[in-house]
Design a protein around this ligand. Structure first.
Ligand code: BTN
Length: 261
């Protein structure tokens, strides 16, 4: 395994016009989200990415941390400048693009846990975090942070060993990071272009959604929760839950816990 990411190889594998064409590569950062925020504010072009081999303060959703040691994983943040209407679809596009990349670079069949965790079996292999920088109703930029456990031995990390896995563990051999990254970025650009053209982007996401049909509790930021059966998902990524009293509720963001084992 190459210790450092081969940026020339990455560019060779990219089929994009703008996504991944401007790259900031660091050996170690606190979080790629902060570096990308600085670069976006300083005028980085749309599609710019910040990649690090290690994050010392990797951020997860809902205020959690993201275990980010060196060891052949991918930690990167992509700068986009969508409209307000397009914003909510980014959390659909990103896990779908990563799922497609995993399917095309391994023989694995990932599933998506609502809203945007990518799973192999019931273990998490990728997480997505979207930070939005708004001025009033105007989107300055959206930062899509993606962490993929590619070649990490998750068993070495007590905090994730029960819930996470890596592509290498599941596939049984080392996986080329440049290929996974380039394929994911190729799909992100293709889906983002479709989004900008007003076309549907959620079909593949919904097909892979593992949460549908399950009895779930969705904890929403702030502590509120909704419980019931996840009966459907809207094209913009919202989950539709049928409560025990038969009423339906639409949940736009939150964290799913399975209630039926
Ligand atoms: C989650 O599932 O909780 C989201 C995890 C997102 C992790 C990525 S790694 C690259 C980027 N930088 C961070 O600090 N977090 C995201």
């Amino acid at each position: 395994m190459s210790e450092t990411l081969d940026l020339d190889r990455l560019q060779t594998l990219l089929e994009t016009n703008f996504v991944g064409r401007s790259v900031t590569y660091r050996t170690s950062v606190e979080t790629t989200m902060a570096v990308a925020a600085e670069e976006a504010a300083a005028g980085a072009p749309e599609g710019a990415i910040v990649i690090a081999e290690e994050q010392t303060a990797g951020r997860g959703r809902m205020g959690r941390s993201w275990t980010s040691p060196t060891g052949g994983n991918l930690y990167f943040t992509l700068v986009l400048r969508p409209t307000l209407e397009q914003l909510r679809y980014l959390a659909v596009i990103a896990p779908l693009a990563v799922s497609l990349a995993i399917e095309e670079t391994t023989s694995l069949s990932p599933r998506i846990k609502w809203p945007n965790d990518v799973l192999i079996g019931d273990r998490k292999v990728c997480g997505v975090l979207v930070d939005t920088n708004l001025t009033g109703d105007e989107v300055q930029n959206a930062l899509i942070g993606i962490g993929i456990n590619v070649n990490l031995n998750v068993m070495l990390y007590a905090e994730i060993r029960e819930i996470a896995t890596s592509l290498r563990t599941e596939f049984g051999e080392e996986v080329e990071r440049e290929k996974v990254l380039a394929t994911a970025l190729n799909h992100i650009e293709e889906l983002y272009k479709r989004l900008r053209a007003g076309e549907a982007v959620s079909v593949g996401w919904k097909q892979r959604l593992d949460t549908l049909g399950k009895h779930v509790k969705v904890t929403i930021a702030g502590g509120e929760s909704q419980e019931g059966v996840a009966v459907d998902a809207d094209s913009d990524g919202a989950l539709i839950i049928r409560r025990d009293d038969g009423s339906h509720v639409r949940v736009e963001a939150g964290e799913v816990t399975l209630r039926d084992g």
